[in-house]
Ligand binder design. Structure first.
Ligand SMILES: [Fe+2]
Length: 256
């Protein structure tokens, strides 16, 4: 059991054996949802790959009891995920990848703010959710790192370490996670392999080389790098208004 209260800004422990979270008495949370290798299989470099059956555990709506009205009012959702470690064939354990839905009438898709609690790995970012990809990044992450996902980019989490990787994340309550297009494409445009290499997905038409980056290379819109993202919201709820209202900031990543 690893106590991540200081990093998360709420009373939390990571059960690394069960791939679960243990919550303090003042925390409300849903039942965990489990994702298995079969959930991600169609998006793998090798859809027949072998690996751990239980890949990750998701908790979609977590909050301190007294915070519920304000969170609902602001349209914000806080969730957490605990990832297993190991390999799926030649790839590291990872999520299948998705994009967030568009906020009606804005032409902009919802973002997400990640905060890592345990483990080491990468966030993979891919600009286009289509067969031609002009930009892709591997952002190295470790405990304490915080990263804002560019509006509308494909993203997924890779656990490239020997430990369980866990994180919390803010997004909009109205956001819908969209998986279908990326599945049709046969997964992300790059695969991160356990031998340290990154290979392009041959099912794509044209893919730019992946670039390595750090969380600080990306706009953070005032979200502190040195404070839990839950505490950032508690201290100043307005700091996260743009999560439910991307039109307030626009596409800051167009030139990335
Ligand atoms: Fe997401």
């Amino acid at each position: 059991m690893k106590d991540v209260t200081a990093l998360a800004g709420m009373d939390l422990q990571v059960d690394e054996t069960g791939l679960l979270l243990q919550f303090g008495p003042n925390i409300r949370h849903p039942a965990p949802e489990f994702r298995t290798l079969d959930h991600v299989r169609t998006s793998l470099a090798d859809p027949g790959a072998r690996g751990p059956d239980h890949l990750y555990t998701i908790y979609m709506d977590i909050y301190e009891r007294s915070d519920e009205p304000a969170l609902r009012d602001q349209g914000l959702l806080y969730g957490a995920v605990v990832y297993n470690h190991g390999a799926m064939g030649k790839e590291w354990v990872r999520s299948q990848g998705h994009v967030h839905s568009e906020k009606n009438g804005t032409g902009l898709r919802y973002s997400e703010v990640y905060e890592f609690w345990t483990g080491t790995g990468y966030i993979y970012l891919q600009k286009e959710n289509g067969p031609v990809v002009s930009r892709a990044f591997l952002v190295e992450v470790k405990a304490g790192d915080r990263l804002l996902i560019p509006f509308g980019w494909v993203h997924l989490v890779v656990n490239s370490g020997d430990d369980v990787l866990s994180f919390g994340a803010w997004c909009a309550r109205e956001n819908i996670l969209e998986y279908d297009r990326l599945r049709e494409l046969g997964g992300p445009a790059h695969f991160v392999l356990t031998d340290g290499s990154v290979v392009k997905n041959p099912r794509y038409q044209s893919v730019a080389d992946v670039q390595y980056a750090t969380p600080r290379d990306f706009p953070h819109l005032g979200i502190a790098h040195d404070r839990p993202i839950y505490s950032t919201w508690k201290r100043n709820p307005g700091a996260l208004t743009f999560m439910a209202h991307p039109e307030l900031v626009g596409d800051l990543w167009a030139e990335l």
